[in-house]
Design a protein around this ligand. Structure first.
Ligand SMILES: Nc1nc2c(ncn2[C@@H]2O[C@H](COP(=O)(O)OP(=O)(O)OP(=O)(O)O)[C@@H](O)[C@H]2O)c(=O)[nH]1
Ligand SMILES: [Mg+2]
Length: 303
């Protein structure tokens, strides 16, 4: 079944993509999918798509802005995949909150793919699986990958590792909460969006953010006012995102190295990986005891 799915994925079958994402979300067949992607990566020569995370407090308008940004990019002819780490995401029709639909669903638009992910506790697991989902979407050939993440302080450092550019959303009249953002999120942000700029107090909020950013130790961060409602600032936001030095210098290098290591391992062990399954099956059927199975597996590896 997995082989069939992977073959269809290779032919850009969206249903296969959806099924593979589901498997990854459940933590199933991760290694096999990784291996298949590594093999495909080494064959493909296209550059990795930018991965942009939008993060911020609940209700700040992440889903709305992701939707608008996706529409903007579609208008530019770019294909876009969205991963919304939010089970109630209005982007996906919000099964739980149907009235919150904020983006027209476009089942016919093959250049747009939106997937919501259940928020799972334990950042490590989420990060690991989301990373593989991103690789699936990249492997499928999307030009841009947008990530909506729940703005919980702790998890956002994981976002830093996943995304090339992190956009932090704040909104007017949340003066006190800015302290919280100062503590954690400004450290991971590349761009700060004062969202809902159509509301009163946006300018004041912008100057507060700028003031915070003059504190010693702050990195160069672009601050912009954007209104999704009025569709203002989207082009400027995208330009600011593209102007960020993608984290390739640090994370990107490490990613490239890991990818290469994965390819080498996949190539070197391809024949043996096929033989691991049967050993495990024999162990499951009690034809081998643990020690014998472990021994056989070890022999496979050190051969
Ligand atoms: N005034 C104004 N309201 C906006 C704007 N963008 C979004 N909103 C409203 O803000 C509210 C929250 O929007 P969401 O997109 O669901 O926010 P979110 O950050 O994804 O929320 P969670 O996923 O629940 O954390 C909704 O009522 C939107 O209509 C904007 O540009 N201006
Ligand atoms: Mg949301």
């Amino acid at each position: 079944m997995l082989d069939d799915l992977l073959a269809r994925f290779g032919k850009r079958d969206r249903l296969a993509l959806a099924r593979l994402l589901t498997l990854v979300a459940r933590g199933e067949h991760l290694d096999a999918i990784r291996l298949a992607l590594a093999a495909a990566d080494s064959a493909a020569s296209r550059p990795a798509p930018p991965v942009v995370a939008l993060t911020g407090n609940a209700g700040v308008g992440k889903s709305t802005l992701v939707g608008k940004l996706a529409e903007y990019l579609r208008g530019q002819g770019q294909s876009v995949a969205v991963l919304a780490c939010d089970p109630q995401s209005p982007l996906t029709g919000g099964a739980l909150l149907g009235d919150r639909v904020r983006m027209p669903s476009r089942p016919d638009d093959l250049g747009l793919y939106i997937r919501s992910l259940a928020a799972v506790s334990g950042n490590q697991a989420v990060a690991e699986h989301v990373e593989l989902m991103i690789r699936l979407l990249a492997g499928f050939g999307f030009d841009v990958i947008l990530l909506e993440t729940v703005g919980a302080g702790q998890g956002d450092t994981a976002v830093r590792e996943l995304a090339d550019v992190v956009v932090l959303l704040v909104q007017p009249e949340t003066g006190d909460e800015l302290q919280w953002e100062k503590a954690g999120l400004l450290e991971v942000a590349d761009v700060v969006v004062v969202h809902k700029a159509d509301l009163a107090g946006a300018e004041r909020m912008e100057s507060q953010v700028r003031e915070l950013l003059t504190l010693p130790g702050c990195r160069e961060i672009t601050v912009l006012r954007v209104s999704s409602t009025k569709q203002q600032g989207l082009a400027e936001l995208w330009a600011a995102i593209l102007a960020c030095p993608r984290h390739d210098a640090r994370v990107g290098d490490a990613r490239a190295l890991l990818r290469r290591a994965q390819q080498v391992l996949a190539e070197r062990f391809a024949d043996r990986v096929q033989r691991v399954g049967p050993v495990v099956d024999r162990w499951k059927r009690h034809e081998l005891d643990e020690a014998q199975a472990a021994d056989e597996l070890l022999q496979l590896l050190i051969r």
